[in-house]
Design a protein around this ligand. Sequence first.
Ligand SMILES: C[S@@+](CC[C@H](N)C(=O)[O-])C[C@H]1O[C@@H](n2cnc3c(N)ncnc32)[C@H](O)[C@@H]1O
Length: 410
Amino acid sequence: MGEHIGSIIELTVDKIAHGGIAVGRLDGRVVFVSDAIPGETVRARVSDDRKKSFWRADAVEVLQPSEHRRDHVWSAAAIDRDPRGRAGGAEFGHIALAHQRELKRQVLAESLQRMAGIESDVVVEPLPGDPAVNGLGWRTRIRLHVDDQGRLGPMASRSHSVIPVQDVPLATAAVQAATPFAERFLGLGTLDVIAPTTSDPRLVIGEQKPTVIRELVGEREFQLDDTGFWQVHRSAPVALTRAVQEAIDPALFDPRAENLDLYGGVGLLAAAVADRFGAETRITSVESDERATDHASENLAEWLGASAETGRVDRWLRELDAGASAADRDRLRAATIVLDPPRSGAGSEVMTVLGRLAPAQLVYVACDPVALARDVALAAEAGYRLARIRAFDLFPHTHHVEAVATLIRG
Ligand SMILES: C[S@@+](CC[C@H](N)C(=O)[O-])C[C@H]1O[C@@H](n2cnc3c(N)ncnc32)[C@H](O)[C@@H]1O
């Protein structure tokens, strides 16, 4: 093993796998090929032959292009570059935008089918305005790294080397204009460029101390740290607010129940729930980052029944489960629980406790289709069924997709 690395193979790829990599076969062996589109015949350079069952390779030449192939939206990531020198973060940039959504749909539908036994007719919806600008200019935040000459760039898509760039076309015009491409940052690890909705763009250099910024979602303002989590697409906070509001079955919603917003960040989705169901709404937002919880407390201050607590969701739920009185359990059974976990998903411990608490409905916001499908399958073991699912292209030109699923008992 190792003797095939660097060799050029020719193959046709026929499907897309989780992670946005195309899959083909060579002499019966599965090969995961980056920068290829299902249906294409490509020449690819083998990058990993350590496993018996599959190899990895990077497309270097397209022999029979897909009708969906386009010039890459980012020259720094294009196929004419050596694979090790291609910028990461836009791995679908060579695919027509509508077809990117179709490939994301396939991955989501296939994950639900394979892991949870669910046939779904989910579609991936573009965010308003994106198709008209070919899915560019959406990132309100970028993280760039510094190379050994102090230049700025993303990591290469398949290595840990920094690829110096002169543009970041997925970023908003404000972020692009504020990015100091010509400057040198020798010795500094990272540079974040952030364009908040209420103030000028700002740079966060290395491990700089956090500064409080404000973001507008519709008419509502949220405070947060410039180093903290916020949805990246300029339209994502509004889109997810509406999607979560619509995902809640009002017939199952009880404003006086023990409603929860798990993995709550600075309270965006707790506010979405309280905004929809009014001043009486009780909801607790749970988040592990203490500073984010402090901001959430401020952001939720107008609702008397809304609060924010710092805690790891698994531990917090375990303690809730262990200490709940009969009356608490009734309020939890009547609850709507929104959860928006990181990429790894909620996982079995959290889903098991949720199953025991048996809330009326779960609204699961997911940024990873496989983690979602696994957790939907775990919820099914606890008696929940997938009542509704929508998916959104919150990350055009990447393989990422966001889904909002409603799970109800019975
Ligand atoms: C995908 S973000 C969602 C934040 C929020 N719902 C929003 O839309 O702005 C996930 C959040 O979960 C937090 N988090 C990650 N792991 C956690 C854990 N085990 N327990 C609690 N919070 C966690 C992160 O700090 C982050 O704020």
